[in-house]
Design a protein around this ligand. Structure first.
Ligand SMILES: O=C[C@H](O)[C@H](O)[C@H](O)COP(=O)(O)O
Length: 226
C-alpha cells in the first residue's frame, strides 16, 4: 500500500514546474509528495513555494526544505496536490480523515489544477460507500448540528481523540462530526446542504473540483481526468 502511495507521489512531481506555488495537502500519501518535492527543489534549485493545508503539511514542508507561504502572500496557487478518502467515478471526493478538510478545501478550490493522489482502495461506486463524511463544526453547536445531520438519514458521531481525552480539536480550534450516510446520491447538493446548517464550518465532500486523480494500482499509476 505504501509503495502505491509513493508511486503516485512520484508521478505528481511531473505536474510541478519551476516558479510554481504549490498547495500541499495533508495525510500519508501527500506526505510522500512533500518529501519528494523537497528533494527536487534542493537538487534542481527550483524556486517553488508551498502553501500548507495543515500543521502536518507545514512542518513537513519546512523539514523538507520547501519555502512555505500563506494565502495572504500569493496572488494565485498554480497546483494543489492532496489525498482523499473516497473517489467516485465522477471524481467527487470525501476528504478529512485527518481533520484538515477546511484548509484543504480553501487551497484545493483555489488551485489552477487540483491533483488527487490515492491508492486503488479509495475508489468507490458512490460517495458514502465506505467512509463517513467529516464535518468541521463550532464546538458549542456540535450536538444540535448532529441532530440536523440526522434529517438526511445519516448518523453523526463526535470524533474523539486518541492521545487526548475528549473530542479532537482541529487546526482551527473546532470539533469534527463524522456523518455516516447510506449513500450520497447527489454529492454537490449534499455538500451545499451540509454547509447550510448553522454552525458548520465546512464539510468533507469535495464535489466537482478535482481535475486529475492519480491512482496507485498493482499494475502502476492510472490517471483519471475530468
Ligand atoms: O484531512 C485529511 C485529508 O483529507 C487527507 O488528505 C485524506 O484523509 C487522505 O489521507 P491519506 O493519504 O493518509 O489516506
Amino acid at each position: 500500500m505504501d509503495e502505491m502511495k509513493k508511486l503516485v507521489a512520484k508521478e505528481a512531481l511531473k505536474f510541478v514546474e519551476d516558479g510554481m506555488v504549490v498547495g500541499l495537502g495533508t495525510g500519508s500519501t501527500t506526505a510522500h509528495f512533500i518529501r519528494l518535492l523537497g528533494k527536487l527543489v534542493m537538487e534542481e534549485e527550483l524556486e517553488i513555494y508551498g502553501i500548507p493545508t495543515s500543521y502536518q503539511a507545514k512542518f513537513l514542508a519546512i523539514e523538507s526544505g520547501i519555502p512555505v507561504v500563506s494565502l495572504d502572500e500569493v496572488d494565485a496557487i498554480d497546483i494543489a496536490v492532496d489525498g482523499a478518502d473516497e473517489v467516485d467515478p465522477n471524481l467527487n471526493l470525501i476528504k478529512g480523515r485527518g481533520a484538515a478538510l477546511t484548509m484543504e478545501k480553501i487551497i484545493d478550490y483555489r488551485a489552477g489544477t487540483f491533483i488527487v493522489l490515492v491508492d486503488e482502495s479509495k475508489l468507490v461506486d458512490y460517495l458514502g460507500q465506505k467512509m463517513p463524511v467529516p464535518i468541521e463544526v463550532i464546538p458549542s453547536a456540535w450536538r444540535v448540528i448532529a441532530e440536523e445531520i440526522e434529517v438526511f438519514n445519516a448518523t453523526a458521531e463526535l470524533r474523539m481523540g486518541i492521545k487526548k481525552d475528549g473530542p479532537i480539536v482541529t487546526d482551527n480550534g473546532n470539533f469534527i462530526l463524522d456523518a455516516k450516510f447510506e449513500r450520497i446520491e447527489d454529492p454537490l447538493d449534499m455538500e451545499i446542504e451540509l454547509n447550510n446548517i448553522p454552525g458548520v464550518v465546512e464539510n468533507g465532500i469535495f464535489a466537482d473540483i478535482a481535475d486529475v486523480v492519480l491512482v496507485g494500482t498493482k499494475e502502476g499509476v492510472k490517471k483519471m481526468e475530468r
